[in-house]
Ligand binder design. Structure first.
Ligand SMILES: CC(C)(COP(=O)(O)OP(=O)(O)OC[C@H]1O[C@@H](n2cnc3c(N)ncnc32)[C@H](O)[C@@H]1OP(=O)(O)O)[C@@H](O)C(=O)NCCC(=O)NCCS
Length: 152
């Protein structure tokens, strides 16, 4: 099941975040999103969303993305699956969910950044049809980012 994030998901999310990224997002970032019930509107056209994937009452993954309907662009900011739930198709399901949400909002282009060394994520995105559009030097301070785009 994939649903919008709730405040009581935050402990599960922090466990996954810390096991997934060398520089995890801080608790306060997730708290802020949860306090807005996973849907933050910053202007008429810009909004940020966070959904979680749930299994047996526990969060096993999540995605955070934003859309700018005036520019018809989406941006995936975070996507992670719990370590022992990986390689079971969950990442692809969550990514499809995000892409479908963007499409249903009229978005034409989706972009994301990924660490150059992140082979699993790069394989997921490339397998989905994302193409490398550029590279940002030291985007993560200790590593370059590869920028991927997908035309929807
Ligand atoms: C990237 C991530 C979300 C993938 O989730 P997942 O549930 O394991 O992905 P799936 O099982 O749906 O795999 C989909 C495809 O991705 C690729 N893939 C996933 N893990 C891989 C790995 N370890 N090595 C190589 N390819 C991999 C494969 O092409 C796979 O398709 P296949 O199983 O048919 O071969 C997961 O590894 C993760 O949470 N990583 C840490 C967080 C992260 O890096 N997020 C992305 C930041 S932008």
């Amino acid at each position: 099941m994939i649903r919008r994030v709730q405040l009581n998901d935050i402990d599960d999310i922090m466990v996954i975040e810390r096991q997934s990224f060398p520089i995890p997002w801080e608790y306060s970032i997730f708290l802020n999103i949860c306090l807005h019930c996973g849907e933050k509107t910053s202007s008429k056209s810009k909004a940020l969303f966070m959904d979680v994937m749930e299994k047996n009452g526990r969060v096993i993954g999540y995605a955070v993305w934003e859309l700018d309907s005036s520019k018809s662009r989406g941006h995936i900011l975070n996507l992670a699956i719990q370590q022992d739930e990986r390689r079971r198709g969950n990442g692809r399901i969550l990514l499809t969910h995000v892409i479908n949400h963007l499409r249903s909002n009229g978005i034409r282009l989706c972009r994301l950044e990924v660490r150059e060394s992140n082979i699993p994520a790069r394989a997921l995105y490339e397998g989905y049809g994302f193409i490398v559009s550029s590279k940002i030097s030291e985007y993560y301070f200790d590593e370059d980012a590869i920028v991927y785009t997908l035309y929807l």
